[in-house]
Design a protein around this ligand. Structure first.
Ligand code: MTE
Length: 304
C-alpha cells in the first residue's frame, strides 16, 4: 500500500521561524503581494505546560492562513490578507456586569495578571477540520477573579470589536456583528479555558484574534471568540452569534460531540489539517476527563 505523506511535523522539526521568515522576506521582495502578515514579536518568559505533550503540531503556516474571522471576509484565506492593518494597540477590555469591581483593563495589564503558559490544544471546527495549536495564554479565571464576580453571575458574555472602518468586508459576513459568544460561569472558570495572546512562541497574528482571544478546547472552534473588547458577567444565558444566525444548527453549549450531528455536517470524523486520513472525533474533543463532570445529568442532544 502506498504511504500517504503527512504534512504535519513534530514541533522540533518545524523550520525555525527566523529561517523561513528570511526565506519569506526574500520571496516577498520577489512577489508583489506575499499573502501573509509580517513576522510577529516573540513572547518572552512563557512557561511550558503539560498540555498536549506528544501531539503533532499543525504547521504555523496552516494555523495562520486557514482561518475563520468573518469580520475580515468569509474565505479561509481572507483573514490573513485583510487583517494585516488591523490595529491591536492601544486596546482595552471592559470587564463588567455582576461583579463587585467592574473595570476597564489595558490589554498589556491583562497579560501581566498571570504567568503566561504554552498550552498545546486541539481545535475542532464544526466544519469538520481540526488543528493542534501551541497557544500562549493563561486561564480566563485569573481575569474574572480580578473583578470579583457576584454569586448572581451565572454566565459570561464576550464581545469582539466591531469597527466597520477597519473591517470593510464585515458588511458581507452574513452573520450579525459584533460577534458575541458566551459560556456558563463554571465553563468560564474551568482551568482549561484560556485567554490567548500568542501562538508558536509569538504574539498572536491579527487573523488569529489579536490581541486577545478565547480558547475553549472541548467546544467547537466558533466558541473561541477573537479580538475581545468586552466581557460581561450576567445572570442569564447570553445570545451567541451562530445561534442568532441559525438556531437550528448552532446551540449554546456546542461541546464537541461525535454523537450529535450538525444538520449539514456529520461530526463523527474530522480531518486534521495536514493529514490524509480522517480521524474519529472524540467526545469533548478528548478533554472528557477534565470536563465531562460539568455536564453530568444533562441531555447533550437537547443542550447541543
Ligand atoms: N471570532 C470572531 N470574532 N469572528 C469569527 O468569525 N470564527 C470562529 C472563532 N472565533 C470567528 C471567531 C471560528 S468558526 C473558528 S473555527 C475559530 O475562531 C478559528 O480560529 P483560528 O482562525 O485561530 O483557527
Amino acid at each position: 500500500m502506498k504511504r500517504h505523506r503527512s504534512f504535519s511535523l513534530p514541533y522540533s522539526m518545524v523550520t525555525p521561524k527566523s529561517v523561513y521568515l528570511s526565506r519569506r522576506s526574500l520571496l516577498g521582495s520577489l512577489l508583489a503581494a506575499p499573502g501573509i502578515a509580517a513576522s510577529a514579536e516573540r513572547i518572552e518568559n512563557v512557561r511550558k505546560s503539560g498540555y498536549g505533550k506528544g501531539e503533532t503540531l499543525t504547521p504555523y503556516d496552516a494555523v495562520t492562513t486557514y482561518n475563520n474571522f468573518y469580520e475580515f471576509g468569509t474565505a479561509k484565506e481572507d483573514p490573513a490578507r485583510h487583517a494585516r492593518q488591523f490595529r491591536t494597540r492601544p486596546w482595552t477590555v471592559r470587564v463588567e456586569g455582576e461583579a463587585l469591581k467592574p473595570r476597564t483593563f489595558d490589554v498589556d495589564e491583562i497579560l501581566r495578571l498571570a504567568p503566561l503558559e504554552e498550552r498545546i490544544y486541539r481545535l475542532r471546527c464544526v466544519e469538520g477540520w481540526s488543528m493542534v495549536i501551541p497557544w500562549i495564554g493563561f486561564p480566563l479565571a485569573a481575569l474574572l477573579k480580578r473583578v470579583e464576580p457576584k454569586s448572581s453571575a451565572k454566565f459570561v458574555a464576550f464581545e469582539t470589536l466591531y469597527d466597520p472602518k477597519q473591517m470593510p468586508r464585515a458588511a458581507w459576513a452574513g452573520i450579525p456583528l459584533p460577534y458575541v459568544e458566551g459560556l456558563r460561569i463554571d465553563e468560564a472558570m474551568h482551568p482549561l479555558t484560556i485567554l490567548s495572546a500568542g501562538l508558536y512562541g509569538e504574539v498572536l497574528p491579527n487573523q488569529n484574534g489579536a490581541p486577545l482571544r478565547l480558547v475553549v478546547p472541548w467546544k467547537y472552534g466558533f466558541k473561541s471568540i477573537k479580538s475581545i473588547v468586552r466581557i460581561r458577567l450576567v445572570r442569564s444565558q447570553p445570545p451567541t452569534t451562530w445561534n442568532l444566525a441559525n438556531p437550528r444548527e448552532y446551540g449554546f453549549y456546542s461541546n464537541v460531540n461525535p454523537a450529535v450531528d450538525h444538520p449539514r455536517w456529520s461530526q463523527k470524523k474530522e480531518r486534521r489539517i495536514g493529514e490524509f486520513f480522517k480521524r474519529d472525533t472524540l467526545l469533548f474533543n478528548g478533554y472528557g476527563n477534565e470536563v465531562a463532570s460539568l455536564y453530568s445529568g444533562m441531555d447533550l442532544r437537547k443542550y447541543y
